[in-house]
Design a binder for this molecule. Sequence first.
Ligand code: NAD
Length: 485
Amino acid sequence: MTNIDRLLTAVPTRLWIDGAGADPLEGASFPVIDPATGETIAEVADAGGKDALRALDAASRVQDEWAATAPRERSRILRKAWELVIARTEDLALLMTLEMGKTIAESCGEVAYGAEFLRWFSEEAVRIGGRYTEAPSGNGRILVTKEPLGPCLAITPWNFPLAMGTRKIGPALAAGCTMIVKPAEDTPLTMLLLAEIFAEAGLPAGVLSVLPTSDAAAVTGPLIADPRLRKVTFTGSTRVGKLLLEQSAQQVLRTSMELGGNAPFVVFDDADIDAAVAGAMTAKMRNGGEACTAANRILVHNAIREEFTAQLTEKISAMRIGAGYQDGTDLGPLINERQRSAVAGLVDDAVDAGARIRTGGRRVEGPGYFFEPTVLDNIPSDARIVREEIFGPVAAIIGFDSEAEAIATANDTEYGLAAYFYTTNLDRALRVAKALESGMVGVNRGVISDPAAPFGGVKQSGLGSEGGTEGIDEYLTTKYVALPA
Ligand code: NAD
């Protein structure tokens, strides 16, 4: 039996409700596909609205008890879950690669990154503060406490099947909230395995449920409409985020929204070009380009544009395409045919408008959803690729002549999640970091995500922060207690 067969035989595929595997009350199962082959690797239980309410019954039943559990005990369970996730790195990484497509090295990186949210928030669980002060009038005292919001719903995307879950589960559990996770339909297996790991870590039944489904709205709709739910935390597209915000308004739910991006990656003429090329490789090609923080528009000063583009093209054209679990692969498949068609459509549109292909540009024939690693330059400003999230291995290079032009172009988007720039001039670094309309800015760096830092966007990239000391506040509500003087 190969490692893959062994893993897939043991992987949980039932719903996870009230601390145990459960069969759906209605509906049957749906397939999980290996994007490298297009073949089914598992059949997963398909939750419906009634299952969602079972999970919410369990979450509501144990909410008060979990909120009253000593912070040190909540912390201990999260810490134990971190240890167990790290101990299961090999299985979790292989599972992620099988259902999502990225390389094993990248999946191992995600396990370390995703697990770190559990360790980080295990440390935050015991530091939930408050405030005490005397009223300025002298006739009262002000006590401010932080309390858990209550049952939360997390809806996660397929591109980081573990980390987009732990980034929400970690702070929710640390704060004393219960949580129901609806993972993306393309990648439900990793989250189901994580639920089992949490049970092994000692998490009481009902605190965490996981509901894979082929019909997201059928599961999330009844939950969002139920007055027992207190929060929706979502990572995904801006389109779906807006829908969820509208629905959440009916019960005035707290929301966190980590939505789409259109990150500019700016290379000034005083940049260290080698470092900028290395940074662009990471910012563009990490996760096969399927990241909300991916460099979507690479803006390069015209004086160095050709040198930068030639170096980047050389590196990108040398990437080896293959299944993520094959040795030597640098770039795995895209998640599905829909995503591959979307990427191909953006490339075709740019080329029709006058862009030049420096390398790649086509689908790879044969099984799986592979697309060639691609570099485009001479991109006209009205091409769709300039406005829309690429979510694929396509580097789009655009020239500029001045700092003011670069900043104006960088900010000319409805999104504001991540931005990157390369310069060796400190004054410029401070000036540009301030001028960029973005929730996160990388200076001479191609990676910015860090569990200890607040992750979040401005404009249509979202609301709220995940990670850092800020992340737990998203699961706490403020209570003011007025005391006599
Ligand atoms: P998506 O919005 O299609 O799906 C995200 C999740 O929402 C999935 O679980 C999906 O099943 C669910 N969903 C879809 N329609 C729904 C509905 N009507 N009601 C309730 N739930 C629904 O996004 P995707 O294609 O899975 O992920 C890619 C998107 O996610 C990109 O736009 C990317 O930028 C964004 N993303 C953002 C961040 C961030 O932190 N800002 C991180 C990763 C991905």
